[in-house]
Ligand binder design. Sequence first.
Ligand SMILES: [Cu+2]
Length: 394
Amino acid sequence: MSSYTSTHSHHQERRARDTSSGAFWMVATMLLGFLVGGLALVSVLMWLDARDSHSTSAATQSATPSMPGMPGMAATDMPGAATSSGELTSFAGAAPANADALAAAHKPFSATLPAAPAGVANVNLVLKDITVQIAPGVKYAAWAWAGGAPGPVIHVRQGQLVKITLTNKGAIPHSVDFHAARVAPDKAFGDVLPGKSVSYTFRANDPGVFMYHCGTKPVLMHIANGMYGAIVVEPPAGVLPKAAKNYVLVASEWYLASDGLGKPAQFSMAKAHARMPDWMTFNGYAGQYVKHPLTANPGELVRFWVVDAGPSIDTDFHIVGTILNTVYPYADMNPAHSLQNVQTMTVPAGGGGVFDVKIDKKGLYPFVSHAFAAVDQGQVGLLKVGKVAGTMSH
Ligand SMILES: [Cu+2]
């Protein structure tokens, strides 16, 4: 069904490298690193804000290093500086000088839950090798979907028949495993050769939000390269309180073999095995909902359908400044199993979680994985409640 074809687009921007005074900027970058490391989220947001408003300051310059290396990491994390003792090189935080403008120009992946189709839900998924942007100016050579990564958000009703058609336009075999399905995986989830299509059906009898992903070996690599997405199976009307807003977030990690500022980065199996991501994202792009916040009105019910695609790290979902009114743990949608008034809830890699929140006071409420390295690496967004003056949005 064409409505499931994502329009998510990625901009190819030329990298703009700062050619001046490496030593000074290295020191400034390290100083900023201590600041960010010490002050965590507030610093991250202030840092983003500072980049908005003080474009010529030293803080801005140091926040947009021309060399890779996460703020706070030692200078030995530069390319070629990995030691023979097996240390891996982090490219976290790498950004071109115009990162702020790129973040503003980025078209965010739509987090809004699309409407569920009537009748049989025909889902056409197209696998494609595609260069995606995973952070401002950071390119990644993905194995993903025609629209990038994550794949299209699918929405069906509990009990609905779902017909999956998978077309492989990639260079190697792939497959698709739907966690929402109870089917024999050796039949339904088998490899599809390049240029071929397969179809299978399942009845979505289990409500929740579920991961789908390529299950071809090595699965770690296929997932890490972008072959995942979310399907929402909504319970019948009346089971859940009606939400005014429904947002879908797919959390994931990215493991880079280079900084991606010039040539697109390739996957690093060593870093994936070490669980040492360079970037962590909601819906495939670091911090995209900081620049382009999700919105709600004061007092209305907002429902987050969250999948953690991993491949390997859990998401500890938290909204700064409020408490999750109702949690459907692990996306068990039985209201009798729900939890009330929870600060943070784990969404396991390969799992889901559904979170209802009502916020009365207008303001900017960051949503994060509160495993806080994830925030520094991009797993942060803003929920803008009401009309808020002086926001960080464009
Ligand atoms: Cu695959």
